[in-house]
Design a protein around this ligand. Structure first.
Ligand SMILES: Cc1cc2nc3c(=O)[nH]c(=O)nc-3n(C[C@H](O)[C@H](O)[C@H](O)COP(=O)(O)OP(=O)(O)OC[C@H]3O[C@@H](n4cnc5c(N)ncnc54)[C@H](O)[C@@H]3O)c2cc1C
Length: 331
């Protein structure tokens, strides 16, 4: 089912302040595409993103801010007094400086998914929910279709966009990308009275936690990372303890927020933490769209645009295509 896994269970943070240039380029392009789409309502609310850090990280922050400025995304680096002067509710939070990006915000992930499904249907695609793709039909080294739980489907091109399960369809025959699913927990909590309902996304880059408004409360993550096999991950109470510890030590007003609900889900990474988008090196007709890590919602429109152009044989940014190609991984 669309959204049954990562795409329906993530934090919905639309973040362009990324430190990897490839991920950043995809994030910037994608949010531009989402804002240009004439959907009934915008899928991204620009609450702004505030990325807290130690001063020793300044060179990295400076570089990201300069790169974003070249793309027309104005961000600024603020020292602690300016941060707590403007966002008083951050007074008790441990931070030395921060990147402020007014163009980041919160994605309505369900609206994104519905929009993508509508577009796919309008383009002639048929959605077959509750249908498992079980194996590839490969004839003379070329894809001829997929065997599914609802019978065979003939196809010249098969796109493996199976998230944490990506790579299993072609396993043993297709090229390997070394994808690893990693579990992360999210929690909804109460919101301290002084923490505004329209606060920006607050992401502590060094202490590893993030917080954003969600309904009447907050959505938080302790940014935990545990490798897991593909599947439905099990909730680990230690993640809730980790969140409480981080918020108590570094979160100021967030110390003692009441957890209401928590859930785990899998982010899937290639070894270099860049997406895997391109043709399989061994099986002709098999195309990969995977390894979308923790940025797959933000980058979704640009990932789709690049994948579609590569499949259709249209012109693409060659450097970007090479940076995400499965060919970058040696056998
Ligand atoms: C806790 C958490 C927080 C995150 N926060 C953010 C965030 O704030 N911002 C952001 O941009 N991104 C975030 N992400 C990342 C984002 O959610 C993912 O990058 C994105 O959802 C990946 O999309 P996907 O389509 O590759 O995978 P999925 O959404 O998991 O989709 C894969 C689909 O393939 C299906 N499938 C698998 N195998 C088969 C098969 N054999 N047959 C048929 N179907 C199959 C699955 O059922 C699933 O529906 C977060 C992720 C997690 C886990």
């Amino acid at each position: 089912m669309p959204g049954a896994h990562a795409s329906g269970k993530n934090a919905g943070i639309a973040r362009q302040v990324e430190f990897d240039p490839v991920v950043r380029a995809l994030a910037v392009r994608s949010l531009r595409l989402w804002s240009e789409r004439a959907d009934a309502r915008p899928v991204v609310t620009r609450t702004g993103g505030l990325y807290l850090s130690r001063r020793s990280n300044r060179p990295r922050l400076d570089e990201a801010v300069r790169a974003l400025a070249r793309d027309g995304i104005a961000c600024e680096i603020l020292e602690r007094p300016a941060v707590v002067g403007r966002w008083k509710f951050l007074e008790g939070v441990s931070l030395e400086c921060a990147v402020w990006c007014a163009h980041d915000g919160i994605a309505d992930i369900h609206a994104m998914l519905l929009s993508a499904i509508d577009r796919a249907r309008a383009g002639g695609f048929v959605l077959r929910p509750r249908t498992e793709a079980q194996s590839l039909v490969v004839i003379d080294g070329r894809v001829a279709g997929v065997r599914t739980s609802a019978g065979p489907v003939a196809a010249d091109v098969v796109v493996d966009a199976a998230g944490a399960w990506a790579g299993l369809l072609g396993a043993g025959r297709g090229s390997a990308s070394g994808l690893v699913p990693v579990r992360r927990h999210l929690f909804t909590t109460s919101r301290p009275g002084e923490w505004p309902a329209d606060a920006p996304v607050v992401w502590h880059l060094d202490e590893g936690f993030y917080v954003r408004p969600e309904g009447a409360g907050l959505l938080c993550s302790p940014c935990d990372e545990t490798s897991q096999p593909p599947g439905d991950p099990v909730f680990d109470p230690e993640a809730e303890e980790l969140l409480a510890e981080k918020l108590t030590r570094h979160g100021g007003l967030l110390a003692g927020v009441e957890v209401r609900r928590g859930w785990p889900c899998l982010r899937t990474f290639a070894p270099d933490r860049r997406p895997v988008i391109g043709w399989d090196r061994r099986i002709e007709g098999l195309f990969h769209v995977s390894g979308l890590g923790g940025f797959g919602m933000t980058a979704s429109a640009a990932v789709g645009e690049l994948a579609a152009a590569l499949i259709a044989g249209d012109g693409v940014d060659a450097a970007l295509a090479a940076a995400v190609s499965p060919a970058r991984f040696a056998e």
